[in-house]
Design a protein around this ligand. Structure first.
Ligand SMILES: Nc1nc2c(ncn2[C@@H]2O[C@H](COP(=O)(O)OP(=O)(O)OP(=O)(O)O)[C@@H](O)[C@H]2O)c(=O)[nH]1
Ligand SMILES: [Mg+2]
Length: 330
């Protein structure tokens, strides 16, 4: 398995499609977030079967960071618990981005905390969209990434490469990771080995701290709206109505942040182990290991219907003649 991460619109799904040689992951327009949940995309490279995990970017326009982190935590716990080999994580960044903005900083922080220091050898930092940038400008931005934002990771064993936007380039990047030893990420140790709640892990605590700051911001805003309301004259009805609407919108945001924080208070690794146990006992009796494992993973990650033929080939290679859609819950 290889996981692909990066901000929304970085080109994660595009990268996986180049690797596959056809469109198996849904790509978005440049503005809206596209990949809604984590997706498992099977790729065959020579004799190697690779499960690519496409993730939604943090700072998604549709979903909260807590939801996305929980989903990534669940699939990573399942993969570790099932004994599937994790070869690494690819982090994609557009070289066309003029600034290393707030979304990039946050996504990269969460990403770093998911990996932890000992896994950095299996991290590949990838810059994309080279055709759309003047080579000198691109090289200058690449230097800044190397010396500033990515310096720590590169100094601790991670590698940095360019993605040229085509299949050979995608294959060569993935091959770099496939040669590596299997890795266990910090988030997996924390959730599965130590049984921690998500908000007690490094990545979860970071997301929870951000929510704490947001909550404070909303509370301050609500307090100032209250003051404004009191200062208004009784006959200023239109203004009062506007303030009431603002107050309601701000309260809704506060409630969402509170709910998000509560949703991180789950021992995800323990829950996933239990879910796998329940599924596994029936399945392994009737299915060989690989199909059983894929079927269990399907409970934790989306699998697009367009990839059944790839799984069918995988299972045929194993000498089984299974009807894939029978046991994958598409
Ligand atoms: N030409 C070219 N287009 C790209 C490249 N990377 C991404 N795109 C396009 O940019 C848009 C966004 O790419 P996606 O692959 O959907 O981005 P993503 O990272 O999966 O985004 P989310 O799913 O929202 O997190 C799509 O229209 C892609 O076709 C690239 O290297 N070259
Ligand atoms: Mg995507």
């Amino acid at each position: 398995m290889i996981v692909v991460m990066g901000v929304t619109g970085a080109g994660k799904s595009y990268f996986i499609n180049q690797l596959a040689g056809r469109e198996i992951a849904k790509e978005g327009s440049d503005l809206d977030s596209c990949t809604e949940g984590c997706q498992l995309l099977p790729i065959t490279l020579g004799h190697t079967k690779v499960m690519m995990i496409d993730t939604p970017g943090f700072d998604d326009t549709q979903r909260t960071d807590s939801e996305i982190l929980t989903e990534i935590a669940r699939i990573l716990s399942a993969q570790y618990e099932l004994g599937v080999e994790l070869k690494g994580i690819i982090y994609i960044h557009r070289i066309t981005d003029i600034r290393y903005g707030r979304a990039a900083v946050k996504t990269f922080e969460i990403f770093k905390k998911i990996c932890g220091e000992t896994a950095l050898n299996n991290v590949l930092l990838v810059t994309s969209r080279w055709k759309e940038v003047n080579p000198t400008t691109g090289a200058e931005r690449e230097r800044q990434l190397k010396e500033k934002f990515w310096a720590y990771m590169l100094g601790h064993g991670s590698n940095m490469s360019r993605f040229h936007g085509d299949r050979p380039s995608a294959v060569s990047l993935v091959s770099q990771l496939l040669q590596k030893d299997t890795v266990v990420l910090q988030l997996q140790k924390e959730l599965v080995d130590e049984g921690k709640q998500l908000d007690d892990t490094a990545a979860g605590a970071y997301v929870s701290d951000n929510l704490e700051k947001l909550k404070q911001q909303y509370q301050d805003e609500l307090a100032s709206l209250e003051r404004l309301k009191q200062d208004l004259l009784d006959n200023d009805r239109a203004m009062k109505r506007q303030i009431q609407r603002d107050w309601e919108a701000e309260s809704a945001r506060l409630r969402q942040a509170q709910n998000d924080q509560v949703s991180l208070q789950h021992a995800v690794g323990v829950e996933v182990r239990q879910e796998i146990k329940e599924k596994r006992s029936g399945l392994t009796k009737v299915l060989p290991f690989v199909p059983a494992m894929v079927s269990i993973l399907a409970a934790f990650v989306g699998i697009p219907p367009g990839v059944t033929d790839i799984f069918a080939n995988w299972f045929a290679d194993l000498g089984t003649d299974l009807n894939v859609s029978d046991f994958l819950s598409f």
